[in-house]
Design a binder for this molecule. Structure first.
Ligand SMILES: [Zn+2]
Ligand SMILES: [Zn+2]
Length: 139
């Protein structure tokens, strides 16, 4: 997504597209690693030396509140973030290296089979195990 598209998206969500907000959005679009607030803070610090970790937290919170980002709660002690522009997907956490991977959801999982009257707007699927790299390294 280009800066213009991101700016537009942010305006439509009712957020002022500040340089820091744009940088955080761009970081999450570019790196599909589901970083924590701390990781994003450290990565952007060279570009924004006066930015505080609190600012990063507040910005992430605002972006989640506006539906531009999603929280990934696969590790209770370490909240991570994901761009909301990717289609709904599950997450797999490798117990060995700790990386988090996007996993496709089977078509029509659960959502189509909900009892009448329930409007679902969020679905989280969390899987844990060993990733291909770690499985190979262990053999
Ligand atoms: Zn692994
Ligand atoms: Zn994801």
């Amino acid at each position: 997504m280009t800066t213009v598209e991101l700016t537009d998206k942010m305006r439509r969500a009712g957020l002022r597209p500040s340089a820091q907000r744009l940088a955080i959005m761009q970081y999450l679009e570019m790196f599909r690693t589901h970083p924590s607030a701390d990781e994003i803070y450290k990565a952007l610090l060279p570009e924004f030396p006066s930015m505080s970790l609190t600012t990063v937290y507040n910005t992430l919170h605002a972006l989640v509140g506006s539906g531009l980002l999603r929280e990934v709660e696969i590790e209770p002690a370490n909240l991570r973030f994901d761009s909301a522009s990717t289609p709904p997907h599950g997450h797999f956490r490798c117990r060995c290296c700790g990386r988090i991977f996007d996993m496709p959801l089977p078509d029509g999982i659960i959502l189509e089979n909900m009892p009448g009257g329930f409007a679902v707007d969020s679905l989280d699927l969390y899987l844990k195990g060993t990733c291909p790299d770690c499985t190979t390294a262990r053999d």
